[in-house]
Design a protein around this ligand. Structure first.
Ligand SMILES: Nc1ncnc2c1ncn2[C@@H]1O[C@H](COP(=O)(O)OP(=O)(O)OP(=O)(O)O)[C@@H](O)[C@H]1O
Length: 627
């Protein structure tokens, strides 16, 4: 059997071009060849992702591997039709051929009853979406986005379907009921209609009662009645009258409210002493960013009559939620402090309080908005509560000083971990850690984005991802982007900024996704992204990765440290593809954060699934070559 597998594999190798040392043919057993795994002396896994393969696949190559369970040819340059005889591999569970140039209709599916994951995305497949998919009752993932599929989507019934995407094809007609619960992004870029997209034309069920002139009433066509001209005039006059009454009520309400507001502002102004007249000074900035004794060596500055935001004129830290108020402003000012770094919004300090508590304090500078607005924004940040966000515990606000008190994260930032010293004693950042960090960030962002369509982070980058002792990711600096004025010079954030962003204080959720994509590339490549303007040793990561993936050997993009963990090569390439999708030029072509989380969860699950399935393969460790 193994001899026939070997023959089939050699036929495959001679059919496609690519990396020349693909397989060491002097070894008799293909089970020792790179990218191949066996069970009971039969080839079960053929993984050649990102291996610069090109050419077509003739019949009797893959199909002779009758015990094949996983076929991955992801991110190569293979073309032509996929031979239909692959249907002979009845044990196939995972087929990943995303990111090639395969074309023609998909005819190989009938008979593949065991299929769990099917990813045909980013190819040139055409024809209808075969209803043969319906035989695939175990299917959990069906990704066929970015192809040339046309016609309508058949009613597909998959009891276990978790991931589904047909976006950016040439499909038309209504979305079948069984797929209504899928996200909008699964269907965009086609001429489809119906839930979750817009209502199909001619389907009046969910249309508003008054749509256009010549209005029709009723659910089915035989019930349709034309409204008389008189009725239309009546409806229009009634609606306009109602609208004016509503406007009048709103006007009266606003006037009453404004009167109240003015009164409360007056009260506050009277309460607050004149801080400018009290001769307060600003806290001294450390000259060179080194330890400066305590947080505010000029703590007297604040105690000399500076006005806090306290209710009755006392200096007060305002705490959030049920956070224990175990310290006050005086304690904070007395704490020994060291500078952690200077960022866009100010300087960050590590403060060790006398009671032993350690906090991170951020002193905001150049706050560009009114006190009231600033307070509201800080309160919004304080109300955010998610395990993957750095919690804001308290704040202090006065005319001269704006301090934000966060939990201190002992492992520092992801940026420092990726690009800092790689000397002995450092925990190597393996796939498990990196993929879990990626997932943590995605979850934190998903929480932020779920707060409203206009809520975004605005400054996603590796120095804003902090880590706990167990390397869990916590996103920091959310909600601060619009507190301060725009930076005067390009900063490190430039390498993460989406091409459409012109005002850094106004960043959409899709622009956050772009920055996250760059962050994923940074995690995978180990390279720091920067902007050409800055002219330092960094690179324009999305552009560099795109060029390597398309022109050279794609796996060369990965960080050497990651390549040591070869058992996850498939998932690494999957995450690379996701990062490339996130950094699409056009915002609409980028996936949403919930989708991204789902994909990372899924690929992390498949790592553990594969590990479990193949743990007894002693030869896995002996494989040669990069994969
Ligand atoms: N809560 C925290 N715990 C531990 N270290 C922190 C904390 N907050 C910030 N830091 C450290 O302080 C440094 C400076 O942080 P800061 O957020 O002020 O600037 P930045 O992230 O480099 O840039 P930007 O202000 O543009 O986000 C960061 O690199 C980070 O390592």
């Amino acid at each position: 059997d193994l001899t026939s597998d070997r023959t089939a594999l050699l036929a495959f190798r001679s059919a496609v071009g690519g990396r020349t040392f693909l397989w060491n043919t002097t070894t008799t057993s293909p089970c020792n060849w790179a990218g191949i795994q066996c069970e009971n002396n039969r080839v079960t896994v053929l993984r050649l992702p990102a291996s610069a393969l090109y050419g077509t696949l003739p019949v009797n190559t893959i199909s002779n591997l009758t015990r094949l369970r996983t076929l991955s040819l992801r991110l190569n340059r293979l073309s032509g039709p996929l031979p239909s005889d692959i249907s002979k591999c009845v044990e196939l569970r995972n087929v990943y051929i995303q990111g090639n140039f395969f074309s023609g209709p998909v005819t190989f599916l009938s008979g593949l009853h065991s299929l769990v994951r099917l990813n045909l995305a980013d190819n040139n497949f055409s024809g209808n979406i075969p209803s043969a998919y319906n035989n695939l009752t175990r299917l959990r993932t069906l990704l066929v986005q970015k192809n040339q599929f046309s016609g309508s989507i058949p009613e597909l019934k998959f009891p276990n379907l978790e991931q589904f995407n047909v976006s950016f094809n040439k499909l038309n007609g209504p979305i079948p009921r069984s797929l209504e619960a899928m996200p909008v992004s699964a269907f965009i870029g086609n001429s489809l209609c119906g839930k979750p997209l817009n209502v199909c034309p001619g389907n009046n069920k969910t249309q508003p009662a008054i749509a256009t002139a010549g209005i029709e009433i009723g659910n089915s066509s035989n019930e349709k009645k034309k409204l008389s001209a008189g009725a239309i005039v009546g409806i229009v006059i009634g609606s306009v009258g109602g609208f004016f009454i509503l406007l009048l009520i709103l006007f009266v309400l606003c006037r009453t409210k404004n009167g109240e507001k003015t009164r409360s502002v007056d009260v506050q102004t009277i309460k607050q002493p004149e801080t400018e007249a009290s001769g307060d000074k600003q806290i001294e900035e450390p000259e060179n960013g080194v330890n400066n004794g305590n947080l505010v060596s000029a703590s007297a500055v604040l105690s000399s009559g500076d006005e806090s935001w306290g209710e009755n004129g006392t200096k007060k830290l305002v705490f959030f939620g049920d956070c224990n108020k175990t310290f006050d402003l005086e304690d904070l000012l007395r704490a020994s402090a060291e500078v952690l770094g200077k960022g866009t919004f100010g300087t960050a300090y590590k403060a060790v309080l006398e009671i032993g508590t350690i906090v991170a304090v951020k002193r905001l500078r150049d706050v560009a908005i009114s006190e009231r607005e600033c307070k509201e924004k800080i309160e919004t940040v304080g109300a955010m509560n998610h395990e993957n966000l750095v919690p804001l515990r308290a704040y202090y606000f006065s005319k001269e000083e704006k301090l934000l008190v966060f939990d201190y994260m002992p492992m520092g930032s992801l940026s420092a971990l990726l690009h800092g010293s790689k000397g002995a004693g450092r925990t190597p950042l393996n796939w498990e850690i990196r993929s879990s960090i990626a997932l943590g960030i995605a979850h934190g962002m998903e929480y932020l984005h779920s707060q409203g369509p206009n809520i975004s982070h605005g400054n996603i980058k590796s120095s804003n991802v902090l880590l706990t002792k167990s390397y869990e990711a916590r996103v920091s600096d959310f909600g601060l982007a619009n507190l301060v004025g725009p930076p005067s010079s390009p900063t490190r954030v430039a390498g993460y900024r989406a091409p459409e962003v012109t005002d850094p204080r106004n960043v959409s959720q899709k622009a956050d996704v772009y920055s996250f994509g760059v962050l994923l590339l940074e995690l995978l490549t180990g390279k720091a992204p920067t902007h050409a303007l800055l002219n330092d040793e960094g690179v324009d990561l999305p552009r560099w990765v795109q060029s390597v993936v398309r022109q050279e050997w794609p796996s060369e993009v990965f960080d050497i440290e990651l390549l040591r963990y070869q058992t996850a090569e498939e998932e690494m390439v999957q995450l690379l593809q996701l990062a490339i999708d996130c950094t699409a030029q056009y915002p609409d072509n980028r996936p949403s954060i919930p989708e991204i989380s789902k994909q990372i969860e899924e690929l992390r699950r498949s790592t553990s699934y594969d590990k479990h399935e193949q743990s007894d393969l002693a030869n896995a460790a002996n494989r040669s070559g990069p994969f």
